[in-house]
Design a protein around this ligand. Structure first.
Ligand code: HMG
Length: 383
């Protein structure tokens, strides 16, 4: 069946930290970050952005352009949840004024959950071809200050409309999966920052890639040389390079940079957006290449803990007409650099635990912002 991604739009906050600032603070050569891990900047949310405002601002252009009447499901993928019970999708449903006969749910499995949501959405549309699913992946990546992982933070949201006869990318039925119970990266409920065994996590990523690729091949998936491009989950862009080197070696092929470069452009200047990262890579590829019509693109999703999935899709004819490239470029162009002190101030986000009321200063002038927290409830506003 012809089902897949009909629209794809991303959103990031207006602030970033240049990793040169952390290189100076850590007394290391800046090329360790710019080249060694392949990251130049990381997006930093001000106090009036959270996973809900990131998500609502990512989805808003899609709703403006397409309306909302056929959307009857919102799948919200995240690992930086704001509530242990209520799904962030319900806030989105309200902010975007979606129809009341709509189901809303939040999904979690580290950075992988958006891919589970995509597979579930495609299966749902196969049964209900007149309906559309709004799928949003939204995350804020935070590691301890002064840890080696600090330079691999970032944040962002990607919203996608999943439908029958998609205008961007048809998702293939074949998919390869890999699961193993490991502690490479995790965040117990009482912690604000993730715990990580950094080197082990990169090894597990490659092991899951190998396992998922071999399962994809066993499901009679496409051969390596059928792909025009490869998109990898990007915790940092060097990981994408290492992954592709590994896959080319497994397939006795030669590494070609043009098979991965376009998908890494946004990640280098945004950082790890966890569940959104793979799809930010897809948006980057689509925004930077206009020669992909009817081409097969490979996708590898990885979530620590761990689950990996290798799948693929076909880029649709005239996809260039349905992108949000101008909006994406505008967001990137208007960003402002932070100094170290303001980065620290934003890093310590306000979270009253006693029900007190706090009004949050306005930094975010996009459509939706977090305005206040009171009585243990978050209040969002339209700007
Ligand atoms: P580190 O200790 O800073 O790493 O930690 P390093 O000292 O090995 O240096 C990194 C690279 O820089 C090396 O290259 C050095 O040679 C190079 P490599 O050997 O890897 O090719 N280097 C230089 N290059 C140029 N000029 C120089 C220079 N100096 C050194 N002067 C690490 C790095 C990524 C491990 C750390 O930042 C970390 O723990 N990050 C968080 C964990 C992570 O992102 N893991 C990725 C896989 S797990 C995953 O993707 C899931 C995740 O997204 C979460 C989820 O699923 O929810 C994280």
């Amino acid at each position: 069946m012809n089902i897949g991604i009909d629209q794809i739009s991303f959103y990031i906050p207006k602030y970033y930290l240049d990793l040169a600032i952390l290189a100076e603070r850590n007394h290391v050569d800046v090329n360790k970050y710019y080249k060694g891990i392949g990251q130049e900047k990381m997006s930093i949310p001000p106090h009036d952005e959270d996973i809900v405002t990131l998500a609502a601002n990512a989805a808003y252009p899609i709703i403006q352009k397409n309306g909302a009447s056929d959307i009857d499901t919102i799948l919200f993928a995240t690992e930086s949840s704001i509530d242990q019970s209520k799904a962030a999708a319900i806030y989105i449903h309200h902010l975007l004024n979606l129809p009341q006969n709509c189901r809303c749910v939040e999904l979690k499995q580290a950075c992988y959950s958006a891919t589970a949501a995509l597979q579930l959405a495609c299966a749902y549309i196969a049964l209900h071809p007149q309906k559309k699913v709004l799928l949003i992946a939204s995350d804020i990546s935070r590691y301890d200050l002064d840890s080696v992982a600090e330079v691999t933070q970032g944040c962002g949201a990607v919203a996608m409309l999943i439908s029958h006869h998609p205008r961007i990318m048809k998702i293939d039925n074949m998919t390869g999966k890999y699961t193993e119970d490991v502690m490479d990266f995790w965040r117990p409920n009482y912690r604000k920052t993730a715990l990580v065994d950094g080197k082990f996590s990169t090894q597990m990523y490659l092991k899951a890639l190998e396992g998922a690729w071999s399962d994809y091949q066993a499901q009679e998936g496409r051969a390596y040389d059928e792909f025009a491009h490869f998109c990898y989950h990007l915790p940092f862009s060097k990981m994408g390079i290492k992954a592709h080197q590994y896959l080319t070696r497994l397939n006795k092929q030669t590494m070609q940079a043009e098979h991965i470069d376009a998908a890494m452009i946004y990640n280098r200047i945004i950082g790890n957006s966890y569940s959104a990262a793979l799809y930010l890579g897809l948006a980057s590829l689509l925004d930077h290449r206009n020669d992909l019509e009817e081409q097969a693109v490979a996708m590898f999703s990885y979530g620590s803990g761990c689950v990996g999935e290798f799948f693929s899709g076909i880029i649709q004819t005239n996809y260039q007409q349905y992108l949000y490239t101008t909006e994406h470029q505008r967001l990137l162009a208007k960003r402002q650099a932070l100094d170290y002190e303001t980065y620290l101030e934003f890093w310590h986000y306000p979270e009253p635990t006693d029900g007190q009321t706090i009004t949050i200063d306005q930094h975010n002038h996009s459509t939706f912002r977090l305005a206040s927290i009171s009585n243990h409830q978050r209040h969002y506003a339209r700007t």
